[in-house]
Write a protein that binds this ligand. Sequence first.
Ligand code: NAD
Length: 491
Amino acid sequence: MTKTAAIVGGGVIGGGWAARFLLNGWDVRVFDPDPEAQRKMDEALTNARRAMPGLVDVAMPAEGVMSFHTTIEEAVTGAEWIQESVPERLDIKHKTLAEIQAACLASAVIGSSTSGFKPSELQDGAANPGQIMVCHPFNPVYLMPLIEVVPSPSTNAAHVTKAKETLTSLGMYPLQVRKEIDAHIADRFLEAVWREALWLVKDGVATTEEIDNAIRYGFGIRWAQMGLFDTYRTAGGEAGMRHFMAQFGPALKWPWTKLMDVPEFTDELVDLIAGQSDAQSGHMSIADMLRIRDNNLVAMMRALKAQDFGAGALMNAHEQHLRAQIGLDARVADIADVSQPLVTVRRTVPLDWTDYNGHMNEAKYLQAFGDATDRFMEMIGCDAAYIATGGSYFTAETHIRHVDEAHAGAVIEVRTQVLMGQGKKMHLWHEMYEADRLLATGEHFLLHVSLASRKPCDPSAEIVSALERVAVAHAALPNPEGAGRAVGQRP
Ligand SMILES: NC(=O)c1ccc[n+]([C@@H]2O[C@H](COP(=O)([O-])OP(=O)(O)OC[C@H]3O[C@@H](n4cnc5c(N)ncnc54)[C@H](O)[C@@H]3O)[C@@H](O)[C@H]2O)c1
């Protein structure tokens, strides 16, 4: 059954939450008094549709339905999750939470996006404090996985468990904060960095652009993959963290930073910083910058995905969950009817798969067909565990025909027909579709080999029998148009 989330406050953060839920198949009900809210949320959704599905190499569930409501009561009634993202003022938060609790299910999680308030401050005077917790996201909510989940001692443990399960199912990383504290964990760092940056600009040590360069060419890249402590551990040489601390510990006493001193937020300082920021990036619109940001974030997370590390490892785990949901992890033995071509790939074309012509790069057609072959191998039992025993298939020949264009965000499906499967030989025919539109065909000829000798050999009896079962069933299908064709031949 489709699940429902209510989004109360649909600005920058509420819009990101709405996209996160919708693209994961939830229906979303929005309340925001601003008449422009729907337009702004539609824009956020357009950006999310372009970027978010590329975080995983499998199709996302069918999108839910978004509706707009004129009262909080109407928006939250029946919702399983309510996300409060109204302006950061405690009086507005209290009034909003009271209205939410007057109408919502007692079982619903009420998450607050607050950057600074503690959950106990939000719960003050609440009718049912047990269902309220902080679920603090990072912008853009549709791409950044981290959510700081901060319960107070009065938050129900069952609601916290439900919240963490839900967030995980949305591809997010719920980090439960052990102790409530102003600004949780991440924003405390960010504030320290922000304070120091303001001093560096004010004191004329660096411009806004120089500070951004100091981050993006250096420690920002390191932090994105290992964080702070593991980065320092590796910086300590073979002796690791102890050596690092011995070397840099004394520097903390100097100290290098201004620590708690805050520069006065004068008009002069605002003009100085805003002026430098205009000089740095005023040639781009904010909309352009959002697209650049999303492209970079998706590309970075996809790189970490290939390494199965950090945020990339999280995306791989989420992908496994999505695969199981759509049955894209079934084996031939689990499929009752194999008489038709089998779906081996169902995914979205990610942002980094397109080229200067604005469509899918030809190398990515091979990748998609290669993934289809890998998936078919897995279906017949040639999976990672089997390969570890010393047998696998090597591709001997490939022929791809490009029939029509595929663009970023398109959901593509590869259907695979076995042209021949006998002993060590496997001849596959892949067709790639966007809905009913044929985009490309790929023909692969493979040989089973021993990984020890690198020479052809027979696969296991289980693989031979699964492959033959499909091959026999597919022998009744017509020979596909274009199979066995040489380059440049026309029908
Ligand atoms: N911007 C960020 O980077 C960021 C990151 C994490 C968390 N947050 C937190 O998210 C919350 C929202 O911040 P934002 O940046 O989205 O602000 P925003 O100004 O973009 O959005 C706030 C939205 O709330 C609406 N609103 C105002 N009063 C309302 C009411 N009574 N009921 C319902 N909606 C109302 C406004 O019309 C607006 O659309 C804040 O608590 C903030 O601390 C912000």
